[in-house]
Every structure is written in C-alpha cells, then in structure tokens.
Design a protein around this ligand. Structure first.
Ligand SMILES: Cc1cc2nc3c(=O)[nH]c(=O)nc-3n(C[C@H](O)[C@H](O)[C@H](O)COP(=O)(O)OP(=O)(O)OC[C@H]3O[C@@H](n4cnc5c(N)ncnc54)[C@H](O)[C@@H]3O)c2cc1C
Length: 353
C-alpha cells in the first residue's frame, strides 16, 4: 500500500468509520463528509494537477474506491458520482466549462452528480435530445440521480435522433426556464440502503440545453462499450464491502467459539485470492471480457457472503437498525446492482444457480 493510501486509510478509520451508521441515514452528515474529502484533497483524484487534481492512475484510484467502501458504503457511492463527473468534465473539449468549474470541483466547493444510467436501457430512449439552432431540447426521464441537496449540478446523458449520446450540464434543482422548459425532481427515493445519498428521479420537459453547456457527444453504444471495458470497475466497491463484513467478524470472534476464527481465516484467504485476481486482471490489458465479468460476479458474491457472515456472528443484534452487520449487508445489496448490465445480471445469477 502506498504512503498516500495509508494516510487515507488512517483518515477513514479515524473520521469516517465511527460515524458510518449516521452517514448511512443522515444526508447532512454525509454531504459534510464529502466536502471534508475535498479538504483532504481526495476529490478530483483522477483530475490533472493543472486543475488542482491529484492525477492518480486508475490503479491507485480503484484502491481508494475499495478503501472508502470498506468504511462507509454511502460515502463511497456519493463521492464516486462527483469523481466521475469531474473526470468527465476534465475529458471534455469544452474549455470554458472546465475553466469555470474544474478547480472548484476538485476542492469540493462545487459538487456535481451524474444521471446517465438510462443510456443502458434497451428500446425507446428514456431521455431524448433533439438538436436546435443553438443547442438541444431534452425530453424524458432520468431514473436515477444521486446527491440531491449535496450536489449543485449534474451531468445528464441523453440520446440523439441518430443514436449518439449527448452529455451536458443541468442544475440539480427543480426549475422552469424562461423558454418554458421544465426540470421536475421527485422527492428523494425511499431506499432500503444509502437513503442518505438522496437519490431522485427527474422528469425533463422541453429543456433547453445550450451548446455552451455541452460536454461531449459520444458514439451510439458508447455506454455499452464503456461497460464492457470497465466491467471490473464496480468490483472494487464489492471488495471493500466484503472486507467490511470480515472486519465485523474479526471484531466479534474473540468471544466466540474457535470455528468462527477458522471461518474468518478461510474467508480472508478467499477474499485475498479474489482481490489479487481482480487487480491483476485490471492491470493486464489482454485479460478477456469474460474473465473480468466472472471476477465481477465473484466480487459481488464475496460481498454478499462476507456481509452474511457478519450477520451470523452478530446474532440477533444484527437486526438492530444501526448495527454495522446489517448496514454492510444492505450495502452488499446496493453494490450487487450498481452499474448492472444484462451480462452482469447473468454472471451474478450464474454464480448462484
Ligand atoms: C440507489 C441508486 C442510486 C443510483 N444513482 C445513480 C446516479 O446518480 N447516476 C446514474 O447514472 N445512475 C445511478 N444509478 C443507476 C445504477 O447504476 C443502476 O443500478 C444500474 O444502471 C441498473 O439500472 P436499473 O436498475 O435502472 O436497471 P435497468 O437499467 O433497467 O437494467 C439493468 C440492465 O439490465 C438490462 N435489462 C433490463 N431489462 C432487460 C431485458 N428484458 N432483457 C435484457 N436486458 C435487460 C438493461 O439493458 C441494463 O443493461 C443508481 C441506482 C441506484 C439503485
């Protein structure tokens, strides 16, 4: 582990782990924890130093993602929306938008979410963009945008008539434009897990997105190619979640029979093998999609099983609302479906049946 990652771990252990239960349920505490990451120079990790970012390579960034999810699933999920928005903006050709927002995003002064998972859906596009003279008109729904009340803006993904994907900036609050366009947001969704991340649905009616707010236009099937290329990406959250489950077992085992300690040792070993295989596959460009997909399913399976172990050794108390075993078990549920694709759904099921 690098020196920097060790420092990050020390920060997460001291400042985040003790409030993990509150972070799972209190949106204000969670929003503050994200801002605090900015003070620790832990936002904009993938952004080039010329914008104030850390310019981390993908390996170091994924190690960071694994570490955060070990100590708080809600924080891991909320901050990753902002980190990916910052990376998307950094990769944009829109220099004016970069000048305006990137440095503030890196420091955490401006926080930004994303809403483009609808591009994964099959059939009629969920959110359409129609070109106009000076920009685009947007119509449809955004089924998931996380970070309401914490993020000020979000990057939306919409489908153009030729199938290409348009990415642009929208305010993250209900608004009616002078031109008549409307952005309506639902109440934060009632969720079994990470409710504090304040996820909402948006309805977009005739929204005018000026050319100045466009980040990029990507080819049709962009998201499907990206999902294939990055199929391992969500595995790192699952690995952190699995470790969180085993941390709970480790803390409980001293007062329990020997078979718990033996089970823990065996599962730590299995998790280690899984983790090594995932990092190795990430570093080997020639590792096949099928191999990476199987490893993603393996990581999800590990998260669920390790969280279940935590529940088992915590006994009846695992049912208390704030018990860490129960929170980690719910986080395993979330990390099972985040970024899910048809292929991931199939591989995850195959692991079980
Ligand atoms: C709490 C929460 C917060 C989220 N926050 C965000 C956010 O801030 N930003 C964001 O962009 N996304 C967000 N997501 C989306 C997240 O990544 C999705 O979980 C993921 O994309 C799956 O989306 P879905 O549940 O809408 O399923 P769908 O997209 O409907 O389905 C998942 C996959 O299965 C495929 N599929 C569905 N039906 C069929 C079928 N009949 N045959 C074959 N394949 C099929 C789809 O094509 C898709 O690839 C959030 C999700 C959750 C649960």
């Amino acid at each position: 582990m690098s020196e920097r990652l060790k420092q990050t771990q020390a920060y997460l252990q001291a400042k985040i782990a003790p409030q993990a239960a509150e972070l799972d349920r209190d949106p204000q505490r969670l929003a503050q924890a994200v801002k605090d990451l900015g003070n620790e120079h832990l936002l904009g990790l993938r952004v080039d130093p010329k914008w104030g970012g850390q310019g981390l390579n993908s390996l170091a960034f994924l190690q960071f993602q694994e570490l955060v999810s070990r100590y708080s699933g809600a924080l891991a999920f909320l901050q990753t929306q902002h980190q990916s928005a910052a990376s998307m903006l950094a990769a944009s050709q829109n220099e004016a938008l970069k000048q305006q927002y990137l440095s503030e995003m890196v420091s955490g002064k401006l926080l930004m979410g994303v809403g483009f998972s609808q591009l994964r859906r099959q059939g009629v596009p969920v959110l359409k963009a129609v070109p106009s003279e000076t920009g685009y008109q947007l119509y449809g729904e955004v089924p998931w945008i996380t970070g309401f009340g914490c993020f000020q803006q979000f990057i939306v993904g919409a489908t153009l008539p030729n199938g290409e994907s348009l990415f642009g900036l929208m305010p993250f609050e209900a608004q009616t434009q002078v031109q008549g366009g409307r952005l309506c947001l639902s109440e934060p969704l009632q969720l079994a897990v990470m409710e504090s991340t304040q996820t909402v649905e948006a309805t977009v009616r005739d929204w005018y997105l000026p050319q100045t707010h466009v980040l990029s236009i990507q080819p049709a099937r962009w998201i499907h190619e990206k999902d294939r290329r990055n199929v391992l990406q969500h595995s790192f959250f699952a690995l952190g979640c699995a470790q969180a489950g085993l941390d709970i077992v480790a803390a409980a085992q001293a007062n329990l029979p020997d078979f718990v300690e033996r089970g823990l040792r065996s599962q730590l070993h299995t998790l280690d093998i899984c983790r090594q295989a995932i990092y190795q596959a990430h570093l080997e460009p020639e590792s096949s999609f099928e191999h990476r997909l199987a490893l993603r399913a393996e990581a999800i399976d590990m998260a669920v099983r390790c969280a279940h172990m935590a529940v088992i050794v915590s006994r009846g108390a695992a049912n208390y609302r704030d018990h860490p075993a129960q929170r980690v078990y719910r986080e395993a549920l979330a990390f099972t479906v985040f970024g899910q694709t048809t292929a991931v759904m199939e591989a995850t099921l195959q692991k079980i049946v």
